[in-house]
Design a binder for this molecule. Sequence first.
Ligand code: NAP
Ligand code: GDD
Length: 340
Amino acid sequence: MKKKALITGINGQDGAYLSKLLLDKNYEVYGAIRRGASEKTDRLDTLGITSKINFVDSDLLEISNIHQIIEDIAPTEIYNLAAQSFVPTSFALPLLTSDINAMGCLRILDSIKRINKEIKFYQASTSEMFGKVAEIPQTENTRLHPRSPYGVSKVYSHYMTMNYRETYDIFACSGILFNHESPLRGKEFVTRKITSSLNKIKYGLLDHMEIGNMNAERDWGFAGDYVKAMWLMLNTDHADDYVIATGEKHSIREFIKLSLHFLNIETEWEGEGLDERVINKSDGNVIIKVSPKYFRPAEVDELIGSPEKAKNKLKWEPEVKFEELVKMMIEHDSKLIKPN
Ligand code: NAP
Ligand code: GDD
């Protein structure tokens, strides 16, 4: 019999890549999707898999709905990827963020407990939980110190996942994933904002880009590699928590410089702090400015993860390297502007 997977947040970046992976493994894939005036399936459309998904209307805010869809579908595995996932928005909407990210996870776990404790569960935890980092690199045992309502909400769901595993013997895993990007990344996140905006600047559709803290450093991997780790966690001998990362970090400034390189834009960098700016050598125009608007009330300056446990126990390794990732995103956004 085919395995059945229920994925919340199916049209998010990870939901789309995970769906593709599971369909290739011959799963029946059910996609929990928030219904608006129309269904949003753009990322699934890009991967050409929309017609293969069984969609169900769902919202993590609604317990009766979650209980009902789990009962109706009777999934083998549930991947909880839905979230209010943008950190700045969590400062503006801390209660909504907590309701979706923290209580949403608990709503699913408690439904599993009541309906069928054999259903395996994956929780999308995050390196944002490490926040003001206690050590470098961060491992599964590093002390958590979240710096945003988003991070705090994810700490709650992380511990609740552990708690339901330990208390009710549910096969529940928490993947502590470091930043992972792709051509399907939302344009509000810094990597895609850079690859999309710099392409627009190159082709004359945008005058300049405003950016925030370019000194922040992240451990960036490719989303396509990271969804493989989610599946491995639910398909190994026992349930556990794993850090998924590359073990390499780069600054926002490095990401920008590499993007400029792939676009063949030669630049000069001037000034410091809020006065830092980037000038296009070919015409003297300022193409990047720093704006306080994109600085955060509390910042996470440096994230770098140790994927050793995942390497040893899951035999998982990231395949796409930093340069390849930036190139892939730049080329994708170039094609969107110049289809021919
Ligand atoms: P994403 O692109 O922002 O996707 C999130 C999805 O959640 C969207 O499809 C969104 O639906 C859905 N959603 C939001 N609120 C919901 C609600 N109340 N009920 C049902 N669905 C809701 O995020 P992602 O990058 O794929 O990340 C997937 C998960 O991994 C998230 O939980 C994120 O917090 C976590 N994570 C991501 C990273 C990363 O670097 N990408 C790293 C660590 C952890 P709409 O389309 O309707 O808005
Ligand atoms: N978004 C954004 N926009 N970030 C900027 C900008 C800007 O203009 N300028 C600088 N940054 C810096 C932010 O201050 C942050 O330090 C870093 O770029 C990364 O920001 P995002 O790309 O928005 O990602 P994030 O690290 O806050 O959160 C993402 O990764 C988490 C895992 O660590 C999200 O996907 C979260 O959902 C995920 O949990």
